[in-house]
Design a protein around this ligand. Structure first.
Ligand code: FES
Length: 121
């Protein structure tokens, strides 16, 4: 089979960040479920602190970012780590510290905090 146009080539270059974690901080004021109502902001702030304390922050290392709704609200509060695409839920600072130490620092998934694949909005 011939192609009219050459396929786009993806040039693989080193990623600016080795890992990126996004925290849903979405807030709904209509009473529907949302991560903000489940102390997502505390988790986000704790993660930023822990990443800094572990000297993981910055280019070539880890970036912690806010996100809007990631559409997996039923599992909230929700955070996702890329490039692996691993989805977590968390309850407290201890959970966040474990994600930072195990996954963001050492590349080991924290199995106990994984969101089951079928859980969506
Ligand atoms: S409100 Fe957080 S995933 Fe939807």
């Amino acid at each position: 089979m011939t192609q009219d146009h050459p396929p786009h080539k993806l040039h693989l270059v080193p990623s600016y960040y080795a890992r990126h974690i996004f925290f849903c901080l979405n807030e709904r004021k209509n009473g529907e479920e949302c991560c903000a109502a489940q102390r997502a902001y505390d988790g986000f702030e704790r993660c930023k602190q822990a990443v800094r304390a572990a000297d993981l922050a910055g280019p070539g290392r880890v970036r912690v970012n806010k996100a809007g709704c990631l559409d997996r609200c039923a599992a909230g509060p929700v955070a996702v780590v890329y490039p692996e695409g691993v989805w977590y839920t968390y309850v407290d600072a201890q959970d966040i510290d474990e994600i930072v130490e195990s996954h963001l620092k050492n590349g080991q998934v924290v199995e106990r905090l994984l969101i089951p694949p079928h859980v969506g909005r």
